[in-house]
Write a protein that binds this ligand. Sequence first.
Ligand code: ADP
Ligand code: MG
Length: 712
Amino acid sequence: MSSKLQTPIDYLKGVGPNRADLLRSELGIHTYQDLINVFPNRYLDRTKYYKINQLQRNSAEVQIVGKITGFKEIAQKRGKRLVATFQDDTGRMELVWFRGQKWIKESFKPNVPYVIFGKVNWFNGVFSMPHPEFELLKVHEKKISTTMQAVYPSTEKLSNKGITNKVMNTIMQNLFLETNGRFSETLSNNILTELKLLSKSDALFNVHFPKNNELLARAQYRLKFEELFYIQLQLILKNLIHKSKIKGVPFTQVGTLFNSFYKDHLPFELTGAQKRVLKEIRNDLGSNAQMNRLLQGDVGSGKTIVAFMSMLMALDNGFQACLMAPTEILSVQHYQGLSELANKLNISIKLLTGSSNTSQRKDIHKSLENGDLQILIGTHALLEDKVKFKNLGLAIIDEQHRFGVAQRSKLWKKGPASTLPNETEVNIIPPHILVMTATPIPRTLAMSVYGDLDISVIDELPPGRQAIKTVHRYDSNRLKVLRFMRDEIEKGRQIYMVYPLIQESEHMDYKDLMDGYESVVREFPQPKYQISIVHGKMKPADKEFEMQRFVKGETQIMVATTVIEVGVNVPNASVMIIESAERFGLSQLHQLRGRVGRGAEQSYCILMTSHKMSQDSKTRIETMTKTSDGFEIAEVDLQLRGPGDIMGTQQSGVLNLKIANILLDKDILQNARFYAKRLLSNDPSLVQPEHKVILDAYREISKYKNIWNYIS
Ligand code: ADP
Ligand code: MG
């Protein structure tokens, strides 16, 4: 890296201490290097000149050559505005300033041709341009000629303090003049030739001062590729280092529990995808490295059985296992389901949640520590310091997007102490970690966010599932929906009715929920009908009671908020009605729909909305009625929301990309990952001479960025 690029920005011609302060605080530009890496948001066509009589009322930015013929000052509510008459051979217009008027008046030479540039307004019967950029035509003609002018990111403060886009362009030019536009290469020769990439210097020049469209496109490609390449390199390296450095508890054998379960107690034939994923997990557990695996599988794809069989592998090797779920209801359900399987194998299994009482807790703590307890299921309660395992070999986290990173990392520390000789301090061997999620994230994003995790995907549903029929109904058609509900209950089915609950409008939402509940009770009177209600304000015990009534089939309708969103399994429930569906996010809708379609019966999802819907809401509802593929839905979700809200993106840095766009540059990302992988498989330590440039650039980048410090 040229040392010049480390020069503080204060020293660049045209900057000076005041502007330097602003550039630092507003755009994070400290050095020449930072400045050169500020990339334009867009480009303006500066080849075209307009005549005043060609202006349209809705013209965007235009460039005009003309002369100022006079100034006038007009008093207004606060202060005054300066108005100049500007004319060319076709007509006249006004230029307007609300600030810096004295300076403007002094610096404009009358009756000399200027190039002005800016947005035009149609105001009081004349065209006017507020705060135009301007330059003497003579000076303008001598500049680095570029057909497109870069528009840099800016802030209100910057433009108020006079760092206009023109100033940014000028200081960027000065930087290129001072450095002769020569920048050290950061990609290897073979990548450059193979992909026919522009050199670093050419790319930087053309991204800031494009000579033409083609060169601009190539410049952008090269810089995006480079950015994504180094992110992938970092992620893949981290994964490799993790595997070589972090010892795992080796599970050497597939033992009796696993085998006898597989032979004698498997409740159904595993799907091909479940078998494949189990193999992947088995490979990890058998290696000496700690497993750190994400298991993605759509709702209902059968992740639980995979989790259970993985736990058996731990038990077969003399280790304990735990499964943590985000809600009490879900933990209870896991506990009930898995106890049934565990009992067949004489495995000890317990449940620990916030509602476990003191004596239960004492019992659990003791049997965990002396090793009598083999499997522990529970909520966050598992993370408490008092919960100590004798030898935890595998920790599974269900619906991991509900947990924070900190919570997850606590599980690491619950592994067994290393018993290796020569260890000076007590070393904790982290348990193997399997995180499961039913919120699929699109592959491109997974590559960036979880590039350092191993990913398994269950992409196949168990056989015999009928597709859920999803329809959209307006509130005005409620009568028909009620009739449909009666018919389904007549057939012995159960129904969920879900109401939104958003924190900001919590009060109103509870009212809607209670109103809804009351009207359902009116429509479906006791004793013929029984109705459960579950929401977050209820005591856990009451929630549990209501939930259990529904699970046991004692109630036909469950009115609830999204507390039932994750995991709950009631196969006889075949209708999901989502109220105010326009207010739910796509992944939530998809999760909710996943609560039905779990039995043999035809299931339905009815999305109720008012007639008033935003464009995004319409897209969400349409997507839901069109597809049930979680990955496809995730793609649409990503398009609608951007990557910011998707789990993991905060830590991964994909939001801080300088030039690449995670949504639009999928192909480049794929390419970058391919080349990063290939490079590291040929030369994992980057010792070959032709890779020195990559090693250097990598070191430079890692020096500035914290290597993302997250685990899952
Ligand atoms: P999720 O991936 O959403 O956690 P579950 O593990 O709860 O899904 O499985 C959903 C339902 O499918 C459960 O009732 C489970 O018993 C059943 N199931 C899982 N795997 C299979 C399979 N291979 N064949 C038939 N049913 C299965
Ligand atoms: Mg599940």
